[in-house]
Ligand binder design. Sequence first.
Ligand code: FAD
Length: 392
Amino acid sequence: MSRTPDAPDVLVVGGGIIGLATAWRAAQRGLRVAVADPEPGGGAARVAAGMLAAVTELHYGEQTLLGLNLESARRYPAFAAELEAASGRSVGYRACGTLAVALDADDRAHLRELHALQRRSDLESEWLTGRECRRLEPMLAPGVRGGLRVDGDHQVDPRRLATALVVACERAGVEFRRAWAERLLVVHDRAAGAVLDDGTEAAAGQVVLAGGSLSGRLGGVPDDVLPPVRPVKGQVLRLKVPGSYAPFLSRTVRAVVRGSHVYLVPRENGELVVGATTEELGWDTTVTAGGVYELLRDAHELVPGITELPLTETRSGLRPGSPDNAPMLGFTELPGLLLATGHYRNGVLLTPVTGDVLADALTSGRLPDLAGPFSPRRFAPVGARVRQEQPA
Ligand SMILES: Cc1cc2nc3c(=O)[nH]c(=O)nc-3n(C[C@H](O)[C@H](O)[C@H](O)COP(=O)(O)OP(=O)(O)OC[C@H]3O[C@@H](n4cnc5c(N)ncnc54)[C@H](O)[C@@H]3O)c2cc1C
C-alpha cells in the first residue's frame, strides 16, 4: 500500500473517552497516532454518571456482554492508577460499592429476579432487608422494602477521566486535529485517512471510527460497513452536598421506581449525580421540564433529603446504542477500517478494555479472543457474512 510520507500509523475519528483510550494505548505501543475531533474530551462523558456497574446493570440476554464488563471492571484500578500517573490528574475512581433498593412490592419482585440472575451468573450480591439497607444508608426513605448490596460496582468521574486521557495522549505524542472528519478516505479499496472540515486531509495507515452516537454518519464509509449506532438520550442532574451534610450517601444508590431507573452517585468532592432518563428521540439534547421532574420525583421517593440540596446543573447526552446493546470492536469488511463504538450505557466502564483490545488489534492485525463476540461483523449483511464464512 502506498502511504503519504510522515502520515501517522493510525487516525482515530472521535476523541470521546473511547477514541482517547484507543489513541493513548496505541501510542504507548509505539504507533504514531492522530485524533480528529473539534473538541477532544467532550461527548457523552461530560454527562455520564460514571457507574462501573457490571453487576447491577446485568440484563437478561446480556451474559456475553457481562464477561466483557467484568473484565473491564477488573482492569479499572490499575488503569486508573496508570492514567493518573501518566497525566498527573485524578480520575475520581472510587471503590464505594452500590446498593440497589426496592420501594414497593413490584420493585421488590423485580429486584429478586435480578438477584436470582446474578446468583446464576456467579456474581457477588447480597439480599438485605429494608432495615439493613437503611442501616447502611440512613438517608434512605423509611419505605424502602429491601435491596441488593453489591460491593464490586464502583464509580469514576467521567469528566476527569476524559481530561486525564487528553493530557495522557498529549504526553504520549498523540497529535490532535481539532476538526470534524467529513469523509473517510478510501484508496485502492482500503481506508487511508479522512477529509477534515478545515479543508485538510488526515492520511493514516489505519483508521479507527470512534464517533460515539455519530459513528454511523461519517461520509464515504460503504453502506455494509457503516455501524448501526443510534443516539439514546439521557438527562442527568447534578446537586451539591454541602460539607456540613456529609456523608449524605456513602455509595451509589439505585432503584427502579414505577418502571423507570433512577440512581444517585455521590462523589468524594460533594457532587451528587442523579440520572438518568432513557429516550429515543434522535439527536435531540433538550433538557425538558418533564425529564427533570421525573428524576427529582423518583430520587425524592428514594432519598427524601435531596430536596434540601442545591441543584447545580441539568444536562443531557447521547448514549451510542447498538442493536444488541454491546459495543462493536475491531476490524470491518473494509481493510484498514476498525470500529470502537456502540458502547451504549457502559462506555465508561468499558474504556480500559476497549483501549487494550483496539491497541492489540492495531499492532497485531488480530482481534484478541475476549473481543471475538463483539466483532462489528456480527451485524454485516447476510451476503457479506456468508462470504466471510467461506474459505478464501
Ligand atoms: C446520561 C448518560 C449516563 C451515562 N452513564 C454511564 C455510566 O454510569 N456508566 C457507563 O459506563 N457509561 C455511562 N454512559 C455511557 C457513556 O457515557 C458512553 O457509552 C461513552 O461516553 C461513549 O463514549 P464514546 O467515546 O464512544 O462516544 P462519545 O462520548 O459520544 O464521543 C464521541 C466523540 O466523537 C466525536 N465525533 C463524532 N463524529 C466525528 C467526526 N466525524 N469527526 C470528528 N469527531 C467526531 C464527537 O465530537 C465526540 O467528541 C452514560 C451516558 C449518558 C448519556
